[in-house]
Design a protein around this ligand. Structure first.
Ligand SMILES: [Zn+2]
Length: 154
């Protein structure tokens, strides 16, 4: 799941040390994205022109903030009554990213990321999911730039 194994430093009061939370780019996603590329279902999801326009207007940090909020409210609780149906198939770019990366519900989180259902997600697990979603979004946007660059070649 991660490049290096993180130990969980706790302070005197037993709280998670927030400074130990890795940055988005601290993960190695090559294995995950290779696995995802082998799933016909996951590969069907792409950002629409409208999604990309929305990201451009809102900026990446804002989209990341939305991702953080969706993960905290829709994925993190131990019990999710509508699990499997909590993530719309389109609309917000983060929803699309969630389906594309197997971060749409707790069943898919188990299957694709080995994060078990039935308990609250830790801060680090939430951070990891956000990083996955942002990596997918950035790759989608990058593909676009690659196509444009190729198109302008003589
Ligand atoms: Zn799912």
């Amino acid at each position: 799941m991660k490049k290096s194994d993180y130990t969980e430093p706790t302070d005197l009061f037993g709280f998670q040390n927030l400074y130990s939370i890795p940055q988005d780019d601290a993960y190695d996603f090559s294995e995950l994205f290779t696995r995802l590329s082998q799933s016909e279902f996951r590969m069907r999801f792409h950002l629409s022109g409208k999604n990309k326009e929305y990201i451009r207007i809102k900026s990446i940090p804002t989209i990341r903030h939305h991702a953080k909020d969706f993960v905290a409210r829709r994925l993190s609780p131990a019990v999710i009554p509508n699990d499997g149906k909590q993530t719309p198939m389109h609309g917000h770019p983060v929803f699309v990213a969630q389906h594309a990366t197997g971060c749409c519900c707790r069943k898919c989180l188990m299957k694709w990321h080995h994060i078990p259902p039935g308990r609250e997600l830790t801060i680090k697990e939430q951070q990891y999911i956000i990083a996955v979603l942002m990596e997918w979004i950035k790759r989608e946007l990058k593909t676009d730039i690659d196509i444009q660059e190729t198109a302008t070649l003589p």
